[in-house]
Ligand binder design. Structure first.
Ligand code: 13P
Ligand code: SF4
Length: 351
């Protein structure tokens, strides 16, 4: 009889205590959670949880099994467990499979897509490469194996600036193709300009009518942020309150932020600023729910009409079914996998 899961149940109980609604949900769903944690131990499964998972799903992962896209890929790369269950969206689970071809990688809903990854194909990348043959291709991790296979480097929102600069330097060029997030491409361009760097970023929409965007982050506007600041008394550059924004937002939204970064970088910002009492996050609303139990002293202003439909496809019941039956496995074509692994490895090697 496996008993380790009992300590995880105690951990979840304790960490959700400060949030009465979440704790009530936990009590209602406790038996499903227990079954999942029992199988996690019994089958020796690594359960990875993205920051956007709803609190009860997020808590199925220990602290060192949670994070943003970069951290989760690094955890997948290091794992020696035979099964990985990915609580996130499909491109994330696919990245884990590319890194672990010999392991069983499961996602409880194979239809969990992403508005950035879904519309773009390998042919789209090839067209850019033909148009700009000297420019290396940096592809955002929010993409599928076919697109990564045509790329020189992969990046995530926590290392995009560093990877783009590295790619330009290695290729001895000042032009880099950035794929497929157009807002992020513009944001990287603006940062480079501010740093006085002459690298030009070529992103979808710059010289054509293509456009890549996150359907969640595109909803935030600069005007909203200004109104939220006024209504909730969050002045710019204050010591005890802040507006944190994800890289995938529009450039004008980043301008209104006190800080912008990846999901985990936003969490770290709160950790590094212990005086914060009030925070507005311009990102998926479950992220604030997860941070609320980690930082009970902070009041999180949440926009809960703004959530990711794809992330929401992952439910406790589907997770249990997938683990019990070991179904909904990610499959990747071996030759594509090999080609897609190279840009991911190059990214992971950049210090
Ligand atoms: P992070 O890598 O910052 O977690 O972002 C992933 C994502 O899909 C954000 O919408
Ligand atoms: Fe994709 Fe946006 Fe959802 Fe992230 S939040 S998975 S970028 S649709």
């Amino acid at each position: 009889m496996v008993r380790v899961h009992e300590s995880s149940i105690k951990r979840i109980d304790a960490s959700l205590k400060s949030q009465p609604d979440q704790h009530l949900d936990f009590l209602v769903k406790k038996s499903v959670i227990e079954k999942i944690l029992y199988l996690k131990e019994k089958k020796n499964v690594l359960i990875l949880g993205h920051n956007y998972m709803e609190p009860l799903i997020f808590q199925l992962s220990e602290k060192n099994e949670r994070g943003d896209s970069l951290a989760l890929s690094q955890m997948a790369a290091r794992s020696n467990k035979p099964i990985i269950l990915f609580n996130g969206v499909r491109f994330m689970a696919e990245t884990a499979k590319i890194l672990n071809p010999g392991k069983k990688v499961l996602i409880s809903d194979l239809e969990a897509g992403c508005s950035l990854a879904d519309p773009f194909t390998a042919e789209d990348v090839v067209a850019y490469k033909l148009k700009f043959p000297d420019a290396p291709v940096v592809t955002y991790i929010n993409s599928y194996v076919e697109v990564k296979a045509e790329s020189d480097y992969c990046c995530t929102s926590s290392n995009c600036l560093k990877v783009v600069k590295y790619a330009a330097k290695e290729a001895k060029t000042n032009r880099v193709i950035f794929f497929p997030d157009s807002f992020m491409g513009k944001n990287i361009q603006n940062e480079l300009k501010q740093e006085g760097t002459s690298i030009e970023i070529i992103y979808p929409g710059k010289y054509d009518d293509k456009f890549g965007k996150c359907e969640v982050h595109e909803k935030f506007t600069a005007e909203q942020i200004r109104e939220i600041r006024e209504q909730h008394k969050i002045p710019k550059s204050s010591e005890d309150s802040a507006v944190l924004v994800h890289w995938e937002c529009k450039p004008e939204v980043l301008k209104e932020a006190d800080f912008f970064g990846s999901t985990s970088q936003m969490a770290n910002y709160i950790k590094e600023n212990p005086r914060l009492k009030k925070v507005y996050l311009a990102t998926e609303c479950e992220m604030a729910a997860n941070l609320a139990s980690e930082f009970p002293q902070v009041e999180f202003i949440r926009s809960c009409s703004i959530f990711c439909e794809h992330m929401r496809r992952i439910t406790l019941e589907k997770i249990l079914y997938s683990l019990e039956n070991e179904v909904y496995e990610i499959e990747v074509n071996p030759s594509l996998r090999k080609r897609a692994l190279a840009p991911i490895k190059r990214m992971l090697a950049i210090k």
